[in-house]
Design a protein around this ligand. Sequence first.
Ligand code: BT5
Length: 333
Amino acid sequence: MKERRGISLQGGAAAAGVLLGILYDRRESFTPLRELAAAARCSDAAIGEALAELQGGGQRFESSPAHGVRLVSPVRLDARLIERKLGTRRIGRHVICFGEVDSTNDVAKDSARQAGADGLVVLAESQRRGRGRLGRSWISPPGSNVLMSVLLIDAGSKRPPEAVALAAGLAAAEGIDQITHLACRLKWPNDVLLDGRKVCGVLVELAEAAKGRAVVVGIGINVNSCPPPSRLPHPATSLARCLGGEVERVEIIRAILRRLDRWVADIQAGRVDRLRSAWLSRCSMLNQRLTVACGGRRYVGRAIDINPLSGLLLSGDHGELIRLPAETSTILG
Ligand code: BT5
């Protein structure tokens, strides 16, 4: 490390994270290399090394001899961009981004026994075996969407994963709305909808931690693309389709992690009332007549309550109360 006028000059490797943040903030326009070196407080040579490191990690740049360089959108996900200005207490203390994995939920599960893994966030540009609930698959074209898992380790906690699943769907809806100004709705148990079409799904699974139990919260969001209708039984949409243009993922991910951090803290403290009312304010299912599949059977009735801890409560045709758990229920209509 060299010193110039009292400012510490960073070497190429250390500068890459700083440089990435600067280029991300200025991604709308080109920045001359000289200006980048001054902003990143490093030498011109270190800028060259840092750009090469970022390119090796999959970032793409556009460069012009007259105007400098800029990042090409959508920016490849990088832990340094997600962690920057995150400001959460628990979630996102560690972030890892992969090119391709089988499933981000599997990576998070495999990390559950490691010390200090609580709050880990795993992201991938694509999944070979992305999954939904009950053996279904999650399909996502590579390099364009959010495929994310959050690991929560709670020694001895009796907290039901259902509450975390509702919190994750709500956090996704809130984070998307905050950044895009769209208006996401929620469909019990785990779908986020835009214009009545699925834009995001949540899969919560349990894992063994070194002490007690871990919960893995998987969130898949169609940001810039969604699977073709021929591959899905129900219509889906993407944020880009709703907004009419390509969308960056970094701010959306950060906004979701912040909301999830808050809701998980509430659940941890045994406060689920606010979660319940915020969730219900985005859901139009109460008082509707629903058909629900659960455990190989079909149930029909009017939805009279949705509770983060106990699930959906239906009033059957003969006045009987039917309680259905989030984990194993699917709304058929
Ligand atoms: C879900 O299950 O919606 C949970 C999806 C969770 C995906 C994330 S991605 C990161 C993490 N790692 C994983 O491996 N999974 C999680 P479910 O309610 O069972 O819905 C699955 C159904 O949604 C499928 O059977 C398809 O019909 C449909 N589907 C699949 N891909 C979709 C997509 N991209 N958009 C909309 N619908 C989709």
